[in-house]
Design a protein around this ligand. Structure first.
Ligand SMILES: Cc1cc2nc3c(=O)[nH]c(=O)nc-3n(C[C@H](O)[C@H](O)[C@H](O)COP(=O)(O)O)c2cc1C
Length: 347
């Protein structure tokens, strides 16, 4: 049998057939989507950001019931020292919040407890959404976990590798959600050149052309977010999924208005109302409180106001299939592109 041009060394390392990883998108990539990607022989990550510890624990258990294949969890892992500062800063505010709103901040405030729960749950992979996860790598390794980290600069990539991270996710400016300032095409090969560990490309990859391009840049796999929001299994409002299908290349913006950190979101009334009011935006994660309080009576379908993270490649998303179909289509397309170009991917 001819060898699969899409099969990179990372596939063997992760025990997957297709080097496509589901980005752990907080509150959207939950058990169903994660399991669907794993069942299609990619690798899924539950997005734990914004979930309480109990809720995340339940999602992990549900995913275990839906797939026997290994999966991962994605979390913010700021150093615990800054977590204490955060606790001090937001404690009084939390006391005044309705319980269900306070719960969404649980994970930001109790990082160490969250991480320990995930490690003890027996999950195989841990992805750090933000910040150097150096402080928890050893404990994760001792439990047999592989640690991945999202990075947006060469400097951050080198520091994360030095801290023991096993796989780096080079996430470019095109990406949906919290993102840095360097474009995917410039970032990925610079990180590939700077580190020894495998690199996965993220930001703007939604089809087989993107996967082939990522491999050409030296990545061994891709980490896709936006494409998977527009799937049946994603836990997102239908109106939001539909919006990703409708919008074009100019319809996202970088804003700090939802969380306090720069994030790429679909433009709507909320992002417009915060334009030019940078100085009123509170630092992360305090701005999340502002957002949650202001939007607490809005329906999840109210796309004028609700946060809708999405990347610049949304304009290439035209349908709402199942996650398994996405994996199959993107992989077939990537194989076709690689064959047409007469070469194999990395490895
Ligand atoms: C809706 C949405 C939510 C996201 N939430 C998270 C998150 O909780 N943690 C994280 O590490 N990255 C998050 N991201 C960023 C993704 O991990 C990923 O880097 C990005 O989606 C890749 O770019 P793409 O959207 O063009 O595929 C999110 C992205 C989107 C679109």
């Amino acid at each position: 049998m001819a060898s699969d041009p899409l099969r990179t060394p990372l596939c063997d390392q992760l025990g997957i057939d297709v080097p496509i990883l589901l980005a752990g998108m907080g509150g959207i990539a939950l058990s169903e989507l994660t399991a669907a990607v794993c069942e299609a022989k990619g690798l899924g990550f539950i997005g734990g950001v914004g979930l309480s510890k109990d809720r995340l624990s339940r999602e992990i258990e549900r995913a275990k019931g839906l797939t026997k294949r290994p999966f991962g969890v994605d979390l913010f892992v700021p150093r615990p020292a800054s977590e204490e500062e955060m606790q001090r800063a937001v404690g009084p505010l939390l006391a005044e919040m309705p319980e269900q709103l306070a719960e969404t901040l649980d994970g930001f405030l109790n990082v160490r407890e969250m991480v320990e729960m995930v490690i003890e749950s027996g999950v195989s992979y841990f992805a750090s959404a933000l910040g150097n996860p150096g402080w928890m790598v050893e404990q994760a390794h001792d439990a047999g976990m592989t640690v991945l980290a999202l990075v947006g600069t060469v400097r951050h990539a080198v520091a994360s590798e030095a801290a023991g991270v096993d796989i780096l996710i080079a996430q470019g400016y095109d990406a949906g959600g919290h993102t840095g300032r360097i474009g995917t095409f410039s970032l990925v090969p610079q990180i590939v050149d700077a580190v020894e560990v495998p690199v996965v490309a993220a930001g703007g990859i939604v089809d087989g052309r993107g996967v082939a391009a990522a491999l050409a840049l030296g990545a061994q796999g891709v980490w896709m977010g936006t494409r998977f929001v527009a799937t049946r299994e994603a836990r997102a409002a239908d109106a939001y999924k539909q919006r990703i299908v409708e919008i074009g290349d100019e319809d996202t913006t970088i804003t700090r208005s939802y969380t306090g950190k720069t994030a790429r979101m679909i433009k709507n009334r909320w992002t417009a109302e915060w334009e030019g009011r940078e100085n009123e935006i509170k630092p992360f994660p305090l701005q999340i409180l502002t957002t949650n309080v202001a939007l607490k009576d809005k329906s999840p379908d109210d796309i004028d106001w609700m946060p809708m993270a999405a990347g610049q490649a949304s304009g290439l998303v035209h349908d709402l299939p199942s996650a398994g179909e996405v994996l199959q289509t993107v992989a077939d397309e990537a194989r076709e592109v690689l064959a047409r170009m007469g070469g194999a991917g990395a490895g």
